[in-house]
Design a protein around this ligand. Structure first.
Ligand code: SAH
Ligand code: SF4
Ligand code: F3S
Length: 471
């Protein structure tokens, strides 16, 4: 005889107790890199299936999740401050607060000890366990899973697009990082590098295109070392081949990618970029420092001359119009004033279109923290940072000024933050262009003639509507 669960016996006289008949509300905030934002969409998908619904209001949430970053000390301080702000809402009994992502992975159970209002700590490879862990919390326990996997890529999960403009989307193609840059916490928080099955990537990109999306950005800490081997059918796929497959989906689907490690980007990738009009001509190629001794201490595996020859190669193969951006760190252990000037002189040589710049922040457990003294004063680090920011601003302005008078193909992504009469989009080289709204709509491709600029933005007028989303 099969037994019937009590809740399923229906009679007009009994009220069936359905636990959580009202969907519980989940509020999620993301910090750090795009991979984290993309992970939050995976988390949302997992929890939607477990009966949660998304809310934009932390005050009406039953569960608050913070998907955190650990890259610099400041990133973690931001989370600690945010947690303090949640104390008053937590008084509303039943609210569960969870820390996900890189800070969860780095601090593990210590986070539960240090932050009393946290109920749940979950690392980046353990999101499938979230429904169980939340059930434990509901039972009055604290819950933690920071297991790092060698296989998990969440390949089968269809992300819920949380911040969607309906035009651009991110697709994670790999997880983790096997490089050991001495300053970096990511290999510890994200684990070993693993690539996702290309079939599932193509499927996700095709599905997005069919839903009206017109741009995908392929994400990974080091996309150029993407490598998929299918043992069963003896096939393999490298990053260049993956790029081509995604670009082949449709000529109207733009393809971008981030981040490229200079040591791994190959000529094959550069030729693929050149071959396909819909692969955007833009490469984020972080240099970190312009001095070879510092690069060696950072364990970046290239030196100044090698990096500069890579830049030449990009310009030779893809063309001078290819946008190039960088990340830079000032005040790394033992960096002299002269070595700092090497970063400035490298910037003069390359003339990046854009850069993200930071002062060095020692991260516990990294090679640099164990081997080298963090001996540059905060004041000096900040002074050097101000110098590179200043120089970059000049280069960004110079780069933007060169675009004045030219016509750029732009994919429209949304309204300008400042005015509902203006739309914005990006050109091939990833530069933001603002223009008059006219009759144009999000998802349309338009040709815009640029007539003025600042160091951050180009301003122009539409001279031709190239392709409308509905055409
Ligand atoms: N995978 C990417 C970078 C990921 S982290 C790459 O290899 O390029 C993003 C940037 O944060 C890095 O490029 C670096 O410039 C910066 N960063 C990483 N660790 C840092 C630290 N300890 N202090 C300051 N900046 C850091
Ligand atoms: Fe960090 Fe280096 Fe890996 Fe980038 S490549 S995530 S900087 S270890
Ligand atoms: Fe931060 Fe983790 Fe990304 S440390 S930069 S959120 S991989």
């Amino acid at each position: 005889m099969t037994s019937i669960p009590i809740a399923e016996i229906k009679s007009p006289l009994t009220v069936v107790p359905i636990p959580h008949s009202k969907k519980r509300k989940l509020y999620i905030e993301s910090y750090g890199c795009q991979m984290n934002f993309s992970d939050s969409e995976i988390v949302m998908s997992i929890l939607q299936k477990a009966g949660f619904e998304h809310t934009h209001q932390s005050t009406e949430a039953d569960v608050i999740l913070l998907n955190t970053c650990a890259i610099r000390a400041k990133a973690e301080e931001t989370i600690r401050t945010r947690l303090k702000q949640f104390r008053s809402i937590k008084k509303n009994k039943g609210l569960m607060i969870g820390i996900l992502g890189c800070m969860a992975e780095r601090l593990k159970a210590k986070l539960l000890e240090e932050e009393k209002i946290v109920d749940l700590v979950v690392g980046p490879d353990a999101y499938r366990d979230l429904p169980n862990l939340l059930a434990q919390v509901e039972d009055g326990q604290k819950a933690i899973n920071t297991f790092l996997s060698r296989e998990e890529t969440y390949a089968d999960i269809n992300p819920v697009r949380l911040q969607s403009n309906g035009v651009t989307a991110f697709i994670s193609i790999m997880r983790g990082c096997d490089n050991m840059c001495s300053f970096c916490v990511v290999p510890f928080t994200r684990g070993r590098e693993r690539s996702r099955d290309p079939k599932t990537i193509i499927q996700e990109a095709t599905d997005l295109f069919q839903k009206g999306y017109r741009e995908v950005t392929l994400l990974g800490q080091n996309v150029d070392s993407y490598q998929w081997k299918d043992q069963k059918i003896h096939t393999h796929c490298n990053f260049s081949q993956l790029l081509a497959k995604v670009a082949d989906i449709h000529p109207l689907l733009r393809v971008r990618f981030s981040t490229s490690h200079p040591k791994d980007i190959t000529d094959e990738v550069l030729y693929t970029m050149k071959k396909y009009d819909n692969i955007c001509k833009y490469i984020h190629l972080p240099v970190q420092s312009g001095n070879s001794r510092i690069l060696q201490l950072m364990n970046r595996t290239y030196d100044r001359a090698w990096y500069l020859s890579k830049i030449d190669r990009i310009r030779q193969i893809v063309g001078n119009h290819c946008g190039i951006s960088s990340d830079m760190i000032t005040g790394f252990c033992s960096e002299t004033e002269k070595e700092h000037e090497d970063t400035l002189s490298l910037m003069e040589k390359v003339k990046y279109d854009f850069a993200y710049m930071f002062f060095y922040s020692e991260r516990p457990g990294t090679l640099a923290a164990r081997k080298y003294k963090d001996d540059i004063s905060l004041e000096e680090k900040k002074k050097r940072l101000a110098a590179i920011i200043d120089l970059q601003r000049k280069h960004s302005l110079l780069s933007n000024q060169k675009d004045i008078g030219k016509i750029h193909r732009v994919l429209i992504e949304g309204y300008s933050k400042k005015s509902k009469n203006d739309l914005f989009g990006r050109n091939d080289a990833n530069k933001v262009i603002l223009f008059d709204k006219g009759n144009h709509a999000m998802g349309d491709y338009v040709d815009v003639k640029v007539h003025k600029c600042t160091s951050a933005t180009l301003f122009g007028c539409v001279v031709h509507t190239a392709i409308t989303k509905t055409s």
